[in-house]
Design a protein. Structure first.
Length: 817
């Protein structure tokens, strides 16, 4: 009987591909295991088996699976269920979902090897110099990689010479699977077994004769071994006795010492802790019991707790209870920035039981975490960002979505464009796990799900330890500029409050949600502003390295002293970012220790951690930053938070602008006064009576929800209407217009007025690609699945038009913007 396997390839292929299985491969193959399969001309790819059957494919000849890469499944049945849901809901492909799920080191590709054809003889004089050089290299090493051949001869000539030798039948190509994951190995030294007896050791020392250094090494080995009775690493051994490599090599060659390697776990968490007894306040205990009660009848609970109310303590209490039952917990965080303080707090409580998973870890580190979760051998608590939703959980019982309102949970590019908050609910259903969403400022969609009965709800409106909420005041910039009370972008009132705060030994946070020095440089003579040549945006001034940069494609150029259009030297910077605020603050507060936290200052793996540690240890007086500062950080000595320009938040062309502004301002205000002393928040704005600011001051989430939901209802926005956004990109402006017009006509025939566009977005060109959007609004009475089916049918027809193939089309279900 012939057997076949349906597999997922980590490529943007919509359908599963079927491969044949030899009898031997069939015996080894399991659903969820990785296999090496041929694809295209002489290429091997990693694939994951999702089905094994006896049905021969009808439309093509099945190629054979070349190799089984795993002794046990690396993808679980529950993961495959989640893949299927993500594919159907977010209209992605299995391959791209697999790519998002597996660490890249597990997605093996083929490696090309060059070998001599031993059946053919050659004469040296018949070969060119390059041909002989390559043949000689292969002879010395038996085989070499194609990449090495290109290094020897150069990329272009290397390929040419290889092809010439293949045509002469002097070499042939072999392809094998290239394994990217490399285990971390530690080398150890031990004495050969025969020299462990005193008689043989005495004979050895006699035989070494005048080799005094070698004798000394042997004697030192026994001395060190007797002292610790533990394996001796080669590195430690060399450092303790100051021995050269040549002496060690001589003893290894003589089989006196043996060298061996042991695989080490890169994910070391040796933190032995005695768990602190978690003590909840009466208000926290009430919420904790309410959550447990709701979990008896509901799978999802929304937990709204004001900033500094102690939501984390309640999370830890829930985790503690599940750990007693040896079950897994997923603790989701929106960004890596949030993990620094919180992870240490969780580790302090639960020690070795914590695993952390995010993109700043190396691919090899992520492989090892993935395998730990798969085997459930360590780390019952997995703390991670959105991609950790795809980990191979074995016994998942609780998912905590912290700061669940954050848009960082939404994946934008590449596909699958999933929302981890919503996907967590489905993951919970698959594993029969409970989901707890926590936030001081829940998204309107989440609160709508409470009001429609989909989620249960608890709230905690009291700050922990009777800490008073900060006093929030506005500073009217219109009045300050009119009365000339500004020093740069700091009002006189803000300057005085910062000075007073610093004089008390307290710290200040300054929030400006734009990085760089200035977003626009403008000539006052002709009005010219330097633009990115690849994007439809102005270049941002970064004064630290005197460059103009594009924040979309990375293009940069040196700052010019004169206008590039008219040659005038009358140039000014307009607008301001964190770098300019830092520059002004250093002039205004020369004795203060000032640092900046934004993307430019936290690019390194540990830059963020260093800034946080410095601020916690009072090495920084004023911390200036973007929305990184709003992400749930807990600083004990911050008494003042300043918002430099609130208007930039809500004056934004997005239906979520007011909701997002309220969340940001509330979250950044929550960084102030987290101890007994009441903090203060100063918001500089041209619109002090703006309803969002007034709702923030009065902590009136209910009013924001009411007004925003009325507008969402009137203008047919989520959560009342669902949305699907189609994004088209092409370097050909005319072809883009033609393609979007064609699909828009098709869609409008089906969905009528519910199709918006095609329209250019605010930034209509990025990286030389012109961009257009079509938005489909789906009324509550219309079937979402049928809408998707009609859409896919239209895209299928669209894909058959050859001239549109150069236009890239992305689908985003439930877009954030």
């Amino acid at each position: 009987m012939s057997y076949y396997a349906d597999v997922i390839l980590p490529l943007n292929i919509q359908n599963l591909l079927t491969y044949s299985l030899s009898e031997q491969i069939h015996q080894q193959c399991q659903i969820g295991s990785r296999v090496a399969v041929p694809l295209g001309k002489n290429k091997l790819h990693t694939a994951v088996v999702v089905n094994i059957h006896t049905n021969k494919p009808l439309h093509y000849e099945a190629k054979p699976v070349k190799e089984v890469l795993d002794h046990f499944p690396i993808i679980t049945i529950n993961q495959l269920k989640l893949f299927k849901w993500v594919k159907n809901y977010y209209l992605s492909s299995f391959g791209l979902i697999l790519k998002a799920c597996l660490p890249s080191a597990l997605l093996i590709q083929s490696e090309t090897l060059l070998q001599l054809n031993e059946e053919v003889n050659y004469l040296e004089q018949d070969l060119s110099d390059d041909e002989f050089l390559l043949i000689d290299a292969i002879e010395k090493q038996t085989q070499i990689k194609m990449s090495d051949a290109q290094k020897i001869l150069g990329k272009t000539s290397g390929l040419k010479v290889v092809n010439q030798l293949i045509s002469q039948n002097l070499i042939h190509i072999d392809r094998r699977v290239k394994r990217q994951y490399k285990p971390k190995l530690k080398t150890y030294i031990r004495i050969a077994e025969k020299y462990k007896s005193s008689e043989n050791l005495k004979q050895l020392l006699d035989d070494l004769g005048r080799a005094e250094k070698q004798k000394e090494v042997v004697l030192h080995y026994f001395k060190l071994n007797a002292k610790s009775n533990k394996p001796l690493s080669k590195k430690d051994f060399k450092s303790q006795i100051d021995v050269s490599d040549s002496v060690l090599k001589a003893l290894i060659d003589k089989a006196v010492l043996e060298e061996y390697s042991v695989q080490e776990d890169r994910i070391k968490n040796n933190q032995n802790t005695v768990a602190n007894k978690l003590s909840l306040s009466s208000a926290q205990e009430k919420v904790y019991q309410a959550i447990k009660s709701h979990f008896k009848t509901s799978d999802v609970v929304l937990f709204k707790g004001v900033t500094s109310s102690g939501k984390t303590e309640i999370y830890l209490k829930l985790i503690e209870e599940l750990l007693k039952q040896q079950q897994q917990i997923l603790y989701l965080l929106p960004e890596i920035a949030l993990t620094t303080q919180l992870i240490q707090r969780i580790k302090n409580q639960f020690g070795k039981q914590v695993l952390v998973y995010h993109s700043k870890y190396s691919t090899n580190e992520r492989v090892e975490i993935y395998k730990h979760v798969l085997s459930a051998d360590s780390g019952q608590i997995i703390v991670g960002t959105r991609s950790s939703i795809f980990l191979p959980f074995q016994d998942l019982k609780l998912i905590i979505v912290d700061e669940s309102h954050e848009n960082s949970y939404k994946q934008f590019d590449p596909s699958p464009r999933y929302h981890a908050r919503d996907t967590a609910v489905v993951l919970g259903q698959i594993h029969q796990a409970k989901v707890l969403m926590g936030s001081a400022t829940p998204s309107l969609e989440s609160f709508y799900n409470v009001n429609t009965g989909k989620f249960k709800y608890v709230e905690l409106n009291k700050r922990f330890g009777d800490v008073k909420p900060p006093v929030i005041k506005t500073i009217d910039l219109k009045d300050k500029y009119k009365r000339k009370k500004m020093k740069g972008h700091f009002s006189d009132e803000l300057v005085e409050r910062i000075k007073e705060t610093l004089s008390r030994g307290k710290q200040v946070i300054v929030f400006q949600n734009r990085r760089g020095y200035s977003p626009v440089i403008e000539c006052l003579t002709c009005g010219h502003s330097p633009q990115c040549p690849h994007c439809d945006v102005s270049l941002t001034l970064h004064k630290a390295n005197n460059t103009l940069r594009c924040h979309y494609c990375g293009y940069r150029m040196a700052v010019q002293n004169k206008c590039l259009s008219c040659g005038s030297q009358d140039i000014t910077a307009m607008g301001f970012g964190t770098e300019q605020i830092e520059h002004e603050a250093k002039d205004l507060f020369p004795k203060a220790k000032i640092k900046r936290m934004d993307l430019d200052t936290t690019r390194g793996k540990y830059d963020f951690e260093k800034l946080i540690a410095g601020f916690e240890n009072l090495e920084i007086d004023i911390l200036i930053g973007t929305q990184m500062l709003t992400k749930g950080l807990d600083f004990r000595h911050v008494d003042l938070v300043a918002v430099m320009h609130a208007d930039g938040l809500f004056n934004f062309p997005n239906f979520r602008a007011f909701e997002k502004s309220y969340q940001l301002l509330t979250q950044v205000a929550g960084r102030a006064g987290r101890t007994k002393e009441q903090g203060e928040v100063l918001i500089q704005t041209f619109q002090p009576q703006h309803r969002v600011i007034q709702d923030v001051i009065s902590e009136n989430y209910a009013n924001l929800y009411k007004q925003e939901m009325e507008q969402r209802f009137d203008f047919h926005y989520p959560p009342y209407y669902r949305m699907i956004k189609l994004t088209f990109k092409s370097k050909d402006y005319n072809r883009l217009n033609e393609a979007t017009d064609w699909l828009a006509v098709y869609l409008k025939q089906i969905f009528n007025k519910h199709v918006l566009g095609p329209e250019f977005p605010g930034i209509a060109r990025i990286r030389n690609q012109y961009i257009k959007h079509i938005i489909i609004k789906i009324p509550p009475e219309q079937s979402l699945s049928k809408t998707k089916a009609y859409l896919l049918k239209g895209i299928e027809r669209y894909d058959t038009i050859s001239k549109f193939r150069s236009v890239r089309l992305n689908i985003d279900v439930d877009p954030y913007t």
